[in-house]
Design a protein around this ligand. Structure first.
Ligand code: CU
Length: 157
C-alpha cells in the first residue's frame, strides 16, 4: 500500500513538471520564400517546442535575447530544420543572421512573461530592425490578452 502511494505521488509530480499537466505543443514556423518567418510572434508555455522549417534558401535562426541573458540558444545552420524546447519564461528574440538589419526577426513569449523587456529595448540593431521589434513587442502584449482564446483553436499547419 505504501509503495502504491509513492508511485502515485511520483506520477502526479511528473504531470506537474510538464507545465501543469498540459501536453506540450509543437509550433511550426516556416521560413518563407519572401524571406520572413511565417509566424513572427508566438505565445507558448514552458515545455513547448518551436520548429523552424526552411522553405527558402539562405536563412537561419540566431537568438539575440533570451530570459537567461548569458544562455542564448545556439545559432542554427543555414537552410536547416531547427527545433528548440523552451524551458524559461520570458521573451526570446531571434533573427536571421544575414538579414537582421533588414528586420527579419521573430519573437517568442513564454508563459506571457515580459520580465526581460528591458533587455529587448536595449538591443543594438539597425533602425529598421528596431522599428520592427517595437511593432512586434506592442502586438505581442496585446495578443497576450487574447491568448486563452487563441489557445483553444485547433493547431494550424
Ligand atoms: Cu534571412
Amino acid at each position: 500500500m505504501h509503495n502504491i502511494t509513492k508511485i502515485a505521488v511520483v506520477f502526479v509530480l511528473a504531470l506537474f513538471a510538464n507545465s501543469g499537466g498540459v501536453l506540450a505543443d509543437v509550433i511550426k514556423i516556416q521560413i518563407t520564400k519572401f524571406g520572413a518567418y511565417s509566424k513572427e510572434i508566438v505565445h507558448i508555455n514552458v515545455g513547448d517546442v518551436v520548429e523552424w522549417i526552411p522553405t527558402n534558401e539562405g536563412h537561419n535562426v540566431e537568438f539575440l535575447i533570451a530570459p537567461q541573458k548569458d544562455f542564448l540558444p545556439k545559432k542554427s545552420k543555414m537552410n536547416e530544420l531547427y527545433s528548440l524546447i523552451f524551458e524559461e519564461p520570458g521573451i526570446y528574440v531571434y533573427g536571421c543572421t544575414p538579414h537582421l538589419n533588414t528586420g527579419m526577426l521573430g519573437l517568442i513569449v513564454v508563459n506571457t512573461d515580459f520580465h526581460n523587456v528591458e533587455h529587448v529595448n536595449n538591443l543594438k540593431l539597425s533602425p529598421v530592425a528596431v522599428s520592427v521589434l517595437k511593432r512586434m513587442l506592442k502586438k505581442a502584449s496585446s495578443m497576450s490578452n487574447a491568448k486563452n482564446i487563441s489557445k483553444s483553436r485547433p493547431p494550424t499547419q
